[in-house]
Design a protein around this ligand. Structure first.
Ligand SMILES: C[S@@+](CC[C@H](N)C(=O)[O-])C[C@H]1O[C@@H](n2cnc3c(N)ncnc32)[C@H](O)[C@@H]1O
Length: 213
């Protein structure tokens, strides 16, 4: 029997361990997702790298039908449990994917990728291009990345470069006839870490709209 068939890739093992050892962090909505999605008419949403599901559950409670995707089985199971406990199970579909290998099917009015970072190699721009193609006409792709190092960040490398929203847009290389940049900026906010500590951090925000026609 081929023993490698059942071996879990490093990225999946890493994120499994992460969610098995952290029970509560990440269950709140990200402020930028709330700010951007609150004025929208609810529809179908896809949350890439949903983690503990703070964004997916918030969207469901605003009336969205959400597909929440993560590489960690524990994360998606927790999102499913929380959706059930909060009475929004019929609005939250959970799928386990390594997005480097597979992508959920469907079309979406909103695709969110909040802090979709990983210490493992990932052709993120390829995943995000696929996400842009999964948008319905007039749909939005929201990418929020770290733009600064928080005291609790796993990577404290002082030379780290955080790609700017314009650099990320350039990497996506989307056809301007079909997609346009609706927002690209770097707001600051007061963030809370896993032990309750606070610090001012920068977010790199890119919002892409698929054209209506
Ligand atoms: C930094 S966390 C952000 C989680 C959540 N979006 C949030 O804002 O709290 C990155 C998430 O991406 C997921 N992830 C990392 N690599 C992935 C991959 N290849 N496919 C799917 N999910 C992945 C991780 O399991 C983790 O939940």
């Amino acid at each position: 029997m081929d023993s490698t068939r059942h071996r879990r890739p490093d990225a999946e093992r890493f994120w499994e361990r992460h969610y098995r050892t952290r029970r509560t962090w990440g269950t709140r909505v990200n402020p930028l997702l709330a700010e951007i999605a609150a004025p929208l008419r609810s529809g179908t949403a896809l949350d890439l790298g949903c983690g503990a599901g703070g964004d997916a559950i918030w969207l469901a409670r605003q009336g969205w039908h959400v597909t929440a995707v993560d590489i960690s089985t524990t994360a998606v199971e927790r999102v499913r449990e929380r959706a059930r406990d909060l009475g929004v199970a019929d609005q939250v579909a959970t799928e386990q994917h390594d997005l480097a290998r597979s992508f959920p099917s469907g079309e979406f009015d909103l695709v969110s990728a909040l802090y979709f970072h990983t210490p493992f190699p990932l052709l993120r721009s390829r995943v995000l291009r696929t996400a842009a193609r999964a948008l319905r006409p007039d749909g939005l792709l929201l990418i929020v990345d770290h733009g600064s190092t928080a005291p609790w960040s796993w990577n404290q490398d002082p030379d780290i470069h955080y790609p700017t929203p314009h650099e990320i847009a350039a990497e996506l290389d989307l056809d301007p006839a079909h997609w346009s940049v609706a927002r690209a900026d770097t707001p600051r906010r007061l963030a809370t870490g896993p032990a309750g500590e606070t610090a001012t951090v920068i977010d790199n925000v890119l919002l892409v709209r698929r054209s209506a026609g």
